[in-house]
Write a protein that binds this ligand. Structure first.
Ligand code: GCW
Length: 679
């Protein structure tokens, strides 16, 4: 046994950014013990760095050992044993405790890293009682973030498309961040993501502009530099690419996926990527969607397109994530037969079985576009022979843009536990063999996410990908315990309960004061913040609510509507088909009903609209009050930032309430049963 005791070690999180869910304090239980680390390679070095830093901080002792079963006194052993690979995979680990010793056994260093962070999450409880050996393995092999970052500031979208947390973590002034401090921050970001369970990240926007296209070729060095900063925490780097790359970068006359010169171009370009980044993850592609080029221009299918890239990546074990977000964004609002909700299903289900194994179809969780309430996309259960990845949106484009508190884990959890074929059949998480993908909500803001409480969403992505059946409220509690370390607070319970109270129902609160009963949109066009009930009503985007003096909602039934309800398997197709059985929260997504239609709740639609909008604002007022009451327990900077955002949330929620209520009062002429103020 070779041992070296930690004396000084640079803190792995040395950065100006907020420590988020990895404050030094979270390492106290581990760092005050005798810890042995066994394992070789980059990620084992990372584990060793974490352990030595923690021990230096809290007075423990760290030693790195050659053999997996050292003698001598220790409290925690973190070891790798290759023979468990079948059972644990690269990322899994066993945890056990006996005879006063806690042992993490992984088959590979990546598993060791996850095991380390698991011990951090457990804190003292990792050391206070015996535990039988328990295996931990991620349910979804790929847990990925997509950054919608541009290299430069885009004139309309800013640097990060739909970004609410400052500029990009990866680029500044048109060049990849390369200073020591910048790369430290990228590394710290990778560290946070790894501690939440993320293992992959696409660096750039799926809307690929000219500069970003070149990341694939002459700007590849920038990608390699960023990949180097993320690699020590087990985050594999992916790139969004343009389908037109052979034309715009290669000078070919066509990007036709069946053209041999095009295929050769992709093979060569991909070879160069792997020469520079041997563990490169693969490509993300938005094709034939909102103006991005794609295979339709050549009369080819999306399977042809995806397979072209899959074939180029296959020799290196890479994957293409091909997005299913394909719809007509230049539709005529007068045309009632075209339904955007149907589009992905109509385009892609006929192609089931036609995609290569390393071509993953990345499907947004709902059929429209990340609204606060949508049904689960019918595509997810309809393509058994295709590897599906489910895409969720951590960046709060339609859920308050990180000025409003909206903890999304409860919504994502509903999606992941939904069973597209009904009781007794696989869940969405089980069907998502291609992984869970989230659009990141992080940027170069010191709190990473603009709103400090939006960190909870970033945290939940990887945790739910790892364990989709986890209770999302437990994950909120876990995030609070790590971030706020209440056990170090003079009043742990008041702190924990207060933060929990403002997060717990925040998604439903947001739903209450915005678009009702699943109808969606009603946001201001373009930037999508704040109410505009008719903002998209006569637009080409396919997002309508059809309110008139008698009623509201979109008829998507088979019998009289667009037929979207029939794209589901039973029992959902039947349940959604009739307003009598359709769940209240999705009623206006699937049906156009009169204002006096009575919901299962016993309320009329119009009274439900009034009630929820008044309640939603009251809930924000209450949350703001609770947050204010925590001023003495929360670090002042963080407290002030959240308090300030509550002012805006409340202003905006009142605006939503008054516009939505007034709009429907004016359309329907039905007064509020409780005589409250409507304008
Ligand atoms: O939600 C919409 C956004 C676009 C985005 C698009 C997509 C990256 O408004 O900004 O483009 O979805 O998912 O491709």
């Amino acid at each position: 046994m070779t041992a070296s005791t930690a004396s000084t070690a640079a803190s792995a999180s040395a950065t100006a950014s907020d420590p988020a869910w990895l404050p030094p304090e979270a390492f106290r239980a581990l760092g005050s013990r005798r810890v042995l680390v066994h394992g070789d390679g980059l990620l084992a070095d990372t584990v060793w760095g974490e352990v030595t830093a923690a021990c230096a901080e809290f007075g423990g002792e760290a030693a790195r050992v050659d053999g997996p079963d050292p003698a001598g006194p220790y409290d925690l052993l973190l070891r790798t044993r290759r023979e468990h690979l079948d059972r644990l995979g690269e990322e899994g680990f066993f945890l056990e405790r006996a005879g006063g010793r806690t042992t993490v056994t992984a088959a590979a260093p990546h598993g060791l890293l996850h095991g380390l962070f698991h011990v951090v999450r457990l804190g003292r409880t990792a050391f206070d009682r015996d535990r039988q050996r328990q295996a931990h393995r991620p349910a979804l092999a790929l847990r990925m973030l997509n950054h919608w970052d541009n290299v430069s500031v885009h004139p309309v979208m800013g640097q990060v498309e739909r970004g609410y947390a400052g500029g990009s973590l990866f680029w500044r002034d048109g060049a990849a961040r390369g200073s020591r401090a910048d790369l430290d921050r990228v590394r710290a970001y990778g560290r946070l993501l790894a501690a939440g369970g993320i293992n992959a990240l696409a660096l750039n926007n799926v809307n690929v502009h000219a500069e970003e296209a070149r990341l694939l070729t002459d700007r590849l060095g920038e990608v390699a530099g960023l990949a180097r900063a993320l690699r020590p925490y087990g985050i594999r780097t992916h790139l969004s690419v343009t389908f037109a790359a052979p034309v715009v970068l290669g000078g070919l006359p066509t990007a036709d996926p069946l053209d041999p010169a095009v295929r050769a171009w992709w093979a060569e370009a991909t070879g160069r990527v792997y020469a520079a980044i041997p563990d490169f993850g693969g490509y993300v592609v938005k094709a034939d969607s909102e103006g991005q080029p794609g295979p339709f221009a050549y009369g080819r299918t999306h399977a042809d397109g995806a397979n072209l890239l899959a074939d180029a990546l296959a020799p290196y074990g890479g994957t293409v994530h091909w997005r299913a977000f394909v719809y007509d964004h230049r539709q005529d609002w007068r045309d009632r037969s075209t339904d955007r909700a149907r589009a992905a299903h109509d385009h892609f289900t006929p192609l089931d079985g036609a995609f290569r194994d390393n071509a993953v179809l990345q499907v947004k969780h709902g059929p429209m576009d990340f609204q606060v309430r949508e049904p689960v996309s019918s595509v997810i259960g309809a393509m058994p022979a295709t590897r599906i990845a489910v895409e969720i949106q951590a960046t709060q484009e339609y859920t308050g843009q990180q000025r409003h508190v909206c903890a999304l884990a409860p919504m994502w959890s509903e999606v992941l536990r939904f069973r597209p074929q009904g009781e007794g059949t696989p869940t969405v998480a089980e069907l998502a063999r291609g992984g869970l993908v989230a659009v990141s909500n992080a940027g170069d803001d010191p709190y990473w996410t603009g709103h400090p409480l939006a960190q909870a969403n970033l945290y939940a992505v990887g945790r739910l990908g790892w364990e989709p059946g986890a209770n999302p409220y437990r994950l909120l509690g876990e995030w609070i315990d790590l971030t706020f370390t209440p056990e170090r607070s003079p009043e742990p319970e008041r702190l924990r309960a207060g933060v929990y109270a403002v997060l717990k129902d925040s998604w439903r609160t947001y739903e209450k004061y915005t678009a009702p009963l699943g109808v969606g949109f009603m946001v201001q066009p373009g930037h999508h913040y704040g109410p505009s009930v008719d903002g998209y009503e006569y637009s080409p985007w396919g997002t309508y609510h059809f309110a008139d003096r008698d009623g509201v909602g979109v008829d998507r039934s088979r019998a009289t509507g667009t037929g979207y309800a029939a794209q589901y398997a039973k029992p959902w197709s039947e349940l959604y088909e009739s307003p009598d059985t359709c769940p209240d929260e999705l009623l206006l997504f699937f049906h156009h009903v009169s204002y006096d239609h009575v919901l299962h709740s016993g309320k009329t639609v119009i009274q439900h609209i009034y009630d929820t909008h008044f309640e939603g604002v009251e809930e924000v007022e209450e949350a703001r009050r609770v947050w204010a009451s925590l001023a003495d327990l929360v670090e002042p900077g963080r407290h002030a930032r959240v308090a300030e955002r509550y002012e805006e949330q409340l202003r905006s929620a009142r605006e939503w309430r008054d516009q939505v209520n007034s709009y429907f009062f004016r359309k329907s002429g039905v007064p509020d049963a409780h005589g409250r103020r409507i304008y």
